[in-house]
Structure formats: structure tokens, C-alpha cells
Design a protein around this ligand. Structure first.
Ligand SMILES: [Zn+2]
Length: 354
């Protein structure tokens, strides 16, 4: 549940506002690369992403879940993002709602100033119960109408991912049906489609290094063949590097053996229409390993900066590496960001497919 919050009036503090996620993904499609969508909850994570984007000259998607919005009470998140666009004017950055559970949550994010929302109608509003196709189409369509009238991008999801994170998820995997995906995109008019191909949220995605039996990359190829103009999204796409897991455990952590999505598989996806790659777990592992190291090696330290600085640096290094892996590095200056008003006009005149 969202914490009670003041009704936010979006304010523009600088001349370079947040940009449309649709434009970021369209540009990525023409350039043949993917864009990482990195989850944030606090200032240090936003700083880590923006510094990595500057170093690698990358356009980027910053995303916040319902849990993150509650944690930051929305208002802090909004102002931190305003600081980000003010301090990094050369970086195109979209602010995206991850896993909106119902139209009201998506609408509140749009009112706050998010330039993109995910309506996850693959689950009912409780974020747990797998929903019917009809329910998914209805709620997604409703959000698309509201969002596109304001120039805001919409991501939908068909099929369910494994894993439960922040109380979200059914814990069951239902792979995306390619034929149904075509119907879903046609009915709803979404900009981007999250596909379930066997990935899960959280650190424990696979019981062993994944192969084609558990990670259905061929499904992505099939969906892309049928929907060549739809931007595909891979959720739960942290790679869970073994050295990060080992570092957490070396300094007193108790993570079980964990495997993520190998970089090569993500790059294969990018060659077949994947434009947005969601990464959260890897950032968490990098931060936790760095903090644990300080606690173990410098037990006398008690200034939060003593451990938050190395934590931020560790996440920044990880994000910069991902930006290189996904191919977004070097593309920040490729295009002039369109305003949401310009995007609204494009949707209204069907200059972008709706
Ligand atoms: Zn997700």
C-alpha cells in the first residue's frame, strides 16, 4: 500500500524535463540497442545511475515500483529526479512506474510527472492473483487512453514471471503466448510489451545456470517476428554475477547459490526486439557487498557516508558495465528529446503506432 502522501503538483525546475520512454525505445530500435531500466529507492541509487550515464554517455530509464514510491513518499522521489535532470542536462532520462497494479496507481504516477507507466494487468489489483486475458486487456486499454492523451508511454505485460518481490508476483510462471501477444497489442495500443520467457524477479532466478529449457529465448524471437514494431521488455534480467554473490557472503552474508540471466542471452534478446531491460537485483547485490565490506573491515566506522559512498560507487560501476553490455552507451547525444506535448500530438495523429 502506498503511504499517505500530499497531492503532488508537477513542477518544472529546469529547462530539460524528463523525456518520453517511447522516444527512448524508438531511438533504441533504430540504433539496434537496448536500454537498461534501473530501479531506485533513494538518492544514492539515482546518483549512481546518472553518473554512470554521464560517464558512458547513455540515455537511461529510471524506474520506481509501488514499494519505492511508498518508501520515498513520492515527493522525495520526484524532487530527486528533478535534481537529476537539472544536474545531467545532456542525458535523456525517462521516469517509469514499474508494475503498476491498477489504473489508479498508474494515473497517480502520471499526475506526479512520470513519463511512462507499466500497467501490469497480468495480475489482478492485489498483485498476486493471475488475471484473465479480458481483465488484462480492459485495464491496460484504460491506462493507454489516459496516458497517451498526456504523451505518456505505457508498458503492458502478458504472461507472468516467476518470483515474488516486494510482495508482488504470483510465484507462478505462465509463458507469453505469441498469438495472444498479437491480439493483446492490437487491442490495447501499448508502446512496449513485457514478455514472460522464464525469468523471475529476485536473486534466485534459476536453480542452476539457465539453458534453453528454462530460459525461452526462442519465444522472444517468435514474438518479435509477429510484432516487429512492438518494443519488448525483459523483466528480472539481472545477471547475478557470481563475484557479487561471493562478496556479500565473504563479508558475513548468507545468500544461497543464485543464477541470473547471462549477458549473452540479453544481447540475443536485443537482436530480436528487446529494447528495455529491467535490472534491480544486481544493484542491490553491489550495494550490499560494498556496505558489508566496510562493516567487516572498518567496524569502528559509523558515519553513513563511510559505507554509502562505496555502495554508490559499486552500483555506478555495475550500471556503467550494463550500459556497455546493452549497447546504450554513446547514444545520449543522438537526438533531441521531444516534449510530452509533442508526444501527445504524435499519439493523437497516430504518427506513432497506437
Ligand atoms: Zn518486473
Amino acid at each position: 500500500m502506498l503511504a499517505p502522501r500530499v497531492r503532488a503538483v508537477p513542477i518544472t525546475l529546469c529547462s530539460v524535463p524528463l523525456v518520453s520512454m517511447r522516444q527512448l525505445l524508438d531511438e533504441a530500435a533504430s540504433g539496434g540497442y537496448g536500454v537498461g531500466a534501473f530501479n531506485v529507492n533513494n538518492m544514492e541509487q539515482i546518483q549512481a545511475i546518472m553518473e554512470a550515464a554521464r560517464d558512458t554517455r547513455s540515455p537511461v530509464i529510471v524506474q520506481a515500483s509501488r514499494g519505492a514510491r511508498a518508501y520515498t513518499n513520492d515527493r522525495f522521489l520526484w524532487h530527486l529526479m528533478q535534481a537529476a535532470v537539472e544536474l545531467y542536462p545532456e542525458i535523456p532520462v525517462a521516469l517509469h512506474l514499474d508494475h503498476g497494479n491498477d489504473p489508479a496507481t498508474c494515473i497517480s504516477a502520471i499526475e506526479l510527472g512520470f513519463t511512462s507507466v507499466m500497467m501490469d494487468g497480468s495480475l489482478e489489483a492485489d498483485g498476486k492473483t493471475p488475471a484473465s486475458f479480458e481483465y488484462n486487456v480492459a485495464v491496460t486499454k484504460e491506462v493507454v487512453a489516459y496516458a497517451h492523451a498526456r504523451g505518456v508511454t505505457v508498458e503492458g505485460e502478458l504472461g507472468t514471471l516467476g518470483g515474488i518481490e516486494d510482495g508482488h508476483g504470483s510465484g507462478e510462471v505462465h509463458l507469453t503466448d505469441p498469438e495472444q501477444a498479437v491480439e493483446f497489442v492490437e487491442e490495447t495500443g501499448i508502446d512496449a510489451l513485457a514478455v514472460a520467457i522464464g525469468t523471475s524477479h529476485g536473486a534466485y532466478k534459476f536453480a542452476q545456470a539457465p539453458d534453453g529449457e528454462v530460459l525461452k529465448m526462442d519465444l522472444i524471437q517468435e514474438i518479435h517476428r509477429r510484432l516487429p514494431d512492438t518494443h519488448l521488455v525483459m523483466h528480472g534480467s539481472s545477471s547475478v554475477p557470481q563475484e557479487l554473490v561471493a562478496k556479500v557472503n565473504q563479508y558475513g552474508g548468507a545468500l544461497k547459490p543464485a543464477w541470473g540471466v547471462p549477458r549473452e542471452e540479453i544481447q540475443l534478446g536485443i537482436r530480436h526486439g528487446v529494447r528495455k531491460i529491467n535490472v534491480d537485483t544486481d544493484s542491490r547485490l553491489a550495494i550490499t557487498g560494498a556496505i558489508r565490506q566496510v562493516f567487516v573491515e572498518t567496524p569502528e566506522a559509523f558515519d553513513p557516508r563511510d559505507y554509502l559512498k562505496p555502495a554508490r560507487a559499486a552500483m555506478q560501476a555495475l550500471i556503467a558495465e550494463r550500459m556497455g553490455d546493452f549497447g546504450q552507451a554513446g547514444h545520449a547525444g543522438d537526438y533531441e528529446p521531444l516534449s510530452l506535448e509533442e508526444m501527445r500530438e504524435r499519439y493523437a495523429t497516430a504518427a506513432v503506432r497506437t
